[in-house]
Write a protein that binds this ligand. Structure first.
Ligand code: PRP
Length: 223
């Protein structure tokens, strides 16, 4: 009974992913009208009836809030989950926000990759890049951390290649770069705090099950 009184707290990534997540939650009967106001600067929203709270944060901070229990549940891209490597349970693939983590660069860099040359790799995802080159490919490389517009790396001569997200491929095309290798597919995932999963198991699993059933139904309709 005590658990029923507590708020269940969701951490969502600011931006498109939060909007998609809210749409999905609405489809399973979880609403948060306050959050739909595009002009609001509020960061935290409450559904008193269902005893739910939602807050918006920068993507890389979502697993941090969930690991420390400031949020019970988080929705975030698997790129961020792999990069941050926090102690959280990853429980569901939501099937949207799909893209690929890739090694990209000019065609001329293909040879450097196949000869396992010691190349320079610019990326916003140093942990993913390190794991891919060092552990999967057994290739020693120098990783250079950037914070955005990573495509600039090979263009201005900072790096030979980049490790970055490719969604439509238009950023690469417009900058004369190509996908050279695919590291892994990416999509939005639900993560859960490890203690919350024990203490609020029934409530959390009910939501996850509803989401899972809804996604399965949608997939069936679209197939
Ligand atoms: C992401 C990513 C690529 C681009 C890929 O950048 O880092 O640059 O989107 O999308 P596309 O394949 O559809 O062109 P984001 O827009 O997040 O900005 P950033 O480069 O500043 O990180």
């Amino acid at each position: 009974m005590e658990n029923e009184e507590k708020y269940l707290v969701f951490a969502l990534c600011k931006g498109r992913l939060a909007l998609k997540t809210l749409e999905l939650l609405e489809e399973i009967g979880i609403h948060c009208e306050e959050m739909k106001d595009k002009n609001t600067r509020k960061l935290i929203f409450v559904n008193e009836e269902l005893k739910l709270k939602f807050f918006l944060s920068k993507g890389p901070d979502v697993p941090t809030y969930v690991e420390y229990g400031a949020a019970d549940i988080g929705v975030v891209g698997s790129d961020i989950i792999y990069e941050e490597n926090r102690r959280v349970y990853e429980v569901l693939d939501l099937g949207f926000g799909k893209c690929r983590m890739c090694v990209c660069g000019p065609q001329s860099a293909k040879e450097l990759l196949s000869h396992h040359e010691r190349i320079r790799v610019a990326t916003k995802y140093p942990a993913i890049a390190k794991d891919y080159f060092f552990n999967t490919k057994n290739q020693t490389v120098d990783i250079i951390k950037l914070n955005g517009s990573v495509e600039l790396g090979p263009i201005v001569g900072l790096s030979d290649v980049i490790v970055d997200i490719v969604e439509t491929g238009s950023t690469l095309r417009e900058n004369g770069l190509d996908v050279l290798e695919t590291v892994c597919p990416i999509s939005a995932r639900v993560i859960v705090n490890q203690v919350s999963m024990r203490m609020q198991n029934e409530r959390i699993c009910a939501i996850i099950d509803k989401l899972r059933e809804h996604i399965a139904r949608e997939e069936e309709t679209n197939s």
